[in-house]
Design a protein around this ligand. Sequence first.
Ligand SMILES: [Zn+2]
Length: 353
Amino acid sequence: MPVLTRLIPSPVVVDIRPGALDDLACVLADERISQSGRLAIAVSGGSGARLRERIAPSLPGATWFEVGGGTIDDAVRLAGDMRGGHYDAVVGLGGGKIIDCAKFAAARVGLPLVAVATNLAHDGLCSPVATLDNDAGRGSYGVPNPIAVVIDLNVIREAPVRFVRSGIGDVISNVSAVADWELSHRVNGEKIDGLAAAMARQAGEAVLRHPGGVGDDGFLQVLAEALVLTGIAMSVSGDSRPSSGACHEINHAFDLLHPRRAAAHGEQCGLGAAFAMYLRGAHEESAAMAEVLRRHGLPVLPEEIGFTVDEFVRVVEFAPETRPGRFTILEHLDLRTEQIKDVYADYVKAIGR
Ligand SMILES: [Zn+2]
């Protein structure tokens, strides 16, 4: 009788705790990711410089690379600079931009990537995707999953609280994204990967139901783990389906229609998710989600991030065009402008001001 199984591309090391950064060299050596300590570490010039000062003495074999920003050019330049250095691994030490640059560069030079996240702004820290700005705007590039993910909760506490809040909105939106996936399964017969859906939904539910806040380690631990599991859920399904539905189409529409005024990724996704839940008739879930988002200081109404109702209606109308081929509650209902206005008015009444 064959034992049917599958291998999941996932990190060898997931180290999430206060003080994790101080043990980075030991952990990488113990896990045989880097026994020689020859690491290429990508950091930002700004907040990265302070961290570099702090941990450089514990990483004597490392070479440090300053990364300018989050463009494809920055990533290609980084890969070029690292070439021929005989490193064991590339370490991306910073926020999403630095980690995505390092992910892309590591893939290009054929080295494993260690993601050391210094904030929890979104679920990209452990995903098989690098999001980089290019001439056409913004592109998503498929890359291998990080071999190790290290999150030092003491470092996370030093990040601006807005970045932590953003991660909350992003992971809570999983609940809506999975509901969109199930809708597409019912309506179109789209295949659901049950494991990926379970991981993404449980991550979202854990954060949604956790009584704590951004100030306590217990909550930050659950949030960081939820973001890592969401990234792995994307590796399991092979795309962003477990964590990206109408919520993310609305987020992309904000970004594309208002590139200069757009709010943080997770702020827009959380708002998008609460509204999408209402659209699908899950009114209680929508209100509960809105309440949690509010408790964490996240927006649930467009005016809270500087947009008028008409602008939001246009965003919702445009949203399906941002992800052709993805079927969500937005494509399913295919609402006209006036209908979006009406349902938005009902949503505002339902969640209360
Ligand atoms: Zn997201």
